[in-house]
Write a protein that binds this ligand. Structure first.
Ligand SMILES: Nc1ncnc2c1ncn2[C@@H]1O[C@H](COP(=O)(O)OP(=O)(O)OP(=O)(O)O)[C@@H](O)[C@H]1O
Ligand SMILES: [Mg+2]
Length: 263
């Protein structure tokens, strides 16, 4: 792999959801999706509800099966990996979801949740070193070392998202995919969480795929952006250019619907 090679490259990805019970066979949820993420790059993915953004995340992370295509993570095609090989590669690509409380195990203390990736990906790390790493990471995301012994339900939504971000970043992944990471949070704290993500991304040089409904946020954070419509990428480019001169009428429509940017 060369320095300039993308850290994540999706080629011709097709996904079809199983037909819901009693329903007609479903049309493709993703059709021939191509997408690249460079080293240290922050890339946006936008599209209306139901366009397939979360399906893309889940297929890339091997949480649901793909029908065709390739998902290359640091050059390795994840769609060909299974079992232990896949588990080992997971340290390179981590996820942050929309609903932080749902993404944390209620029976696991914060310290246990953050230790888990360290146990999995750095099996030789000793317990004291792990405790130290957890304490440092908690403070890095604006919580305290003492929070390690507490359980998720004691925290606010914003704090839970900080915990989820800490858990995703603690093993230093090369790639972080954030699927609407602030949509479920209070408007008043969204900025803090976005700044935290940006800070961590810059410090660690992590590549980030950032999914959001909020085009103003995407324009602020992402150098490049992809537009997804009904399972297809219909537009892409440097964010500023794309939003100033969209190629596809759908991008124009999205922009017109965005209160702070559009027509
Ligand atoms: N498990 C499933 N079984 C069947 N169809 C599904 C399943 N999950 C999603 N879909 C369908 O796939 C399409 C894409 O859904 P997806 O959740 O990926 O959209 P999204 O862009 O993430 O939307 P949102 O912005 O609301 O999060 C939708 O038509 C949805 O109804
Ligand atoms: Mg979604």
């Amino acid at each position: 792999m060369l320095e300039s090679d993308p850290v994540l490259e999706v080629r011709g990805l097709c996904v079809r959801h199983a037909a819901r019970e009693g329903g007609r066979p479903s049309r493709a949820a993703l059709a021939d999706v191509n997408l690249q993420l460079g080293a240290g790059e922050m890339v946006g993915l936008v599209g209306e509800s139901g366009s397939g953004k979360s399906t893309l995340v889940r297929a890339v992370a091997r949480l649901l099966p793909a029908e065709a295509g390739e998902v290359r993570v640091l050059g390795l095609n994840w769609l060909r990996l299974h079992g232990r090989a896949l588990r080992e590669q997971r340290r390179h690509l981590q996820l942050v979801f929309q609903d932080p409380l749902a993404s944390l195990n209620p029976r696991m203390s914060v310290g246990e949740a953050l230790s888990e990736p360290l146990r999995a990906f750095h099996p030789r790390m000793g317990a004291p070193e792990r405790r130290e790493a957890v304490a440092v990471m908690l403070e890095r995301v604006g919580l305290s070392a003492a929070d390690a012994s507490r359980y998720p339900r004691l925290f606010s939504g914003g704090q839970c998202q900080r915990i989820a971000i800490a858990r995703a970043m603690i093993a230093k992944p090369r790639i972080l995919i954030c699927d609407e990471p602030v949509s479920s949070l209070d408007v008043s704290i969204r900025g803090q969480i976005l700044n935290l993500l940006l800070d961590l991304q810059r410090d660690a040089g992590t590549s980030m795929l950032f999914i959001s409904h909020d085009l103003a946020v995407v324009r602020h954070l992402c150098r490049r952006t992809y537009v997804l419509l009904a399972g297809r990428i219909v537009d892409e480019g440097p964010t500023a250019e794309l939003f100033a001169r969209p190629h596809h009428p759908y991008t124009l429509e999205l922009l017109a619907a965005a209160p702070r940017l559009g027509g």
